[in-house]
Design a protein around this ligand. Structure first.
Ligand SMILES: Cc1ncc(COP(=O)(O)O)c(C=O)c1O
Length: 362
């Protein structure tokens, strides 16, 4: 007999996870916007050391990580939310804020997890198309705010299109949002953005907007994707309290907490990675320019490529790249046909990708 599930299970879309993790180390893994830099040995050591005490539950107050983030960003500890990846905080925000009759507003295409929030809660998803340059159209978003709007998501830089909107524009948008509406500025890739500048800059916005939440992660520039650590810097303590109510108490394991604290202490390494990634991104964009494909203006550790209309179709290109040892993400699975999302990898991986794409496009 088939199991009987809740109504919402039929609504929730499956997250488009990347395949290919079982294909071996020869593949260029350019499909998931991870870091090509492994964690520093001291970070690995910090994580492995605490495993010896794994008979105890992790610190439920997450005090060391909370303090490290509070010291770094000058934000009171009770205005910091932590999570098992920033996705955990995002999904908890949906659960805490949304319900039937409420609306969640975001641009599309954006992070694949956003549609989950409405589907899981029964709220209405209001999706606003990106502009012709694949950037957020904040005016168009502001025009969609209604009395039912509870949550607004701005992905900046935007996954999958890599574009960023300046913080002046974000500030002007926030002025137009009623103060009871929560705005999550999803900054998973902010460290890689030249347009946004120093990742401290958006933190300043929290002073003026108590309804703002800056969502960030250790999965990208810090290279800890497998350990799952995300955090949110919030304009008021209300948000952390609410997301903690809808989750299990031990959402962040001890090894992940220790690794994140250690990684945070090595900002010189973060800077080195950013400089290296931005240089590799420029080289990748130049290689794509030579192939005469359109590339969005990237402010992230990935690029967004529109395939030429008169060339092979997207599934053929994705498969052709895979056969040549390169995994990228098909635009179709991310909300846009005829495009590719390609993570900036090592120099060798980027060159392998550009050569393979050149072959396929003839
Ligand atoms: C825009 C954006 N937000 C959030 C996340 C979630 O990251 P994590 O749960 O690994 O912190 C991702 C992951 O790719 C992302 O692209």
């Amino acid at each position: 007999m088939a199991l009987e599930f809740s109504e919402r299970i039929r609504r929730i879309p499956s997250y488009p996870v990347a395949s290919g993790y079982d294909l071996g180390t020869e593949m260029a893994m350019l499909a998931s916007n991870e870091s090509c830099f492994a964690p520093l040995p001291v970070v690995v050591e910090a994580a492995t050391t605490v495993i010896a005490g794994a008979n105890r539950y992790p610190d439920p107050g997450y005090s060391a990580l909370r303090k490290a983030l509070s010291d770094r960003y000058g934000i009171a500890k009770d205005r910091i939310a932590l999570g098992n990846g920033s996705c955990d905080i995002l999904l908890s925000a949906g659960e805490a804020l949304l319900e039937p009759g409420a609306e969640v507003l975001y641009s599309w295409p954006a992070f694949s997890e956003y549609p989950h929030l409405a589907a899981a809660s029964g709220a209405r998803a209001v999706e606003v198309q990106l502009d012709a340059e694949e950037r957020h159209d904040l005016d168009a978003m502001a025009a969609e705010i209604t009395v039912a709007t509870r949550l607004i998501l701005i992905c900046n830089p935007n996954n999958p299109t890599s574009t960023a909107v300046g913080l002046d524009a974000v500030g002007a948008f926030l002025e137009r949002v009623p103060r009871h509406v929560c705005v999550v500025l999803d900054e998973a890739y902010c460290e890689f953005s030249l347009a946004l500048g120093d990742p401290y800059t958006s933190v300043e916005l929290l002073r003026s907007f108590p309804n703002l939440v800056l969502l960030r992660t250790f999965s990208k520039v810090y290279g800890l994707a497998a350990l799952r650590v995300g955090y949110a810097l919030c304009g008021s303590p209300e948000f952390p309290v609410a997301v903690n109510l809808v989750r299990q108490p031990f959402y962040l394991n001890a090894a992940a907490q220790a690794a994140a604290v250690e990684a945070l202490g090595h900002q010189d390494e973060v800077e080195r990675r950013v400089v290296s990634t931005v240089a590799a991104r420029s080289a990748l964009v130049e290689a794509l320019d030579r192939l005469q494909v359109w590339v969005a203006a990237s402010d992230a550790n990935f690029v967004w490529v529109r395939l030429p209309a008169d060339g092979p179709e997207e599934p053929e290109v994705v498969e052709g790249l895979r056969e040549r040892g390169v995994l990228v993400r098909a635009g179709r699975s991310l909300g846009r046909d005829g495009a590719l999302r390609v993570t900036v990898g090592t120099e060798a991986e980027n060159e392998k990708f550009a050569a393979a794409l050149g072959e396929l496009l003839g």
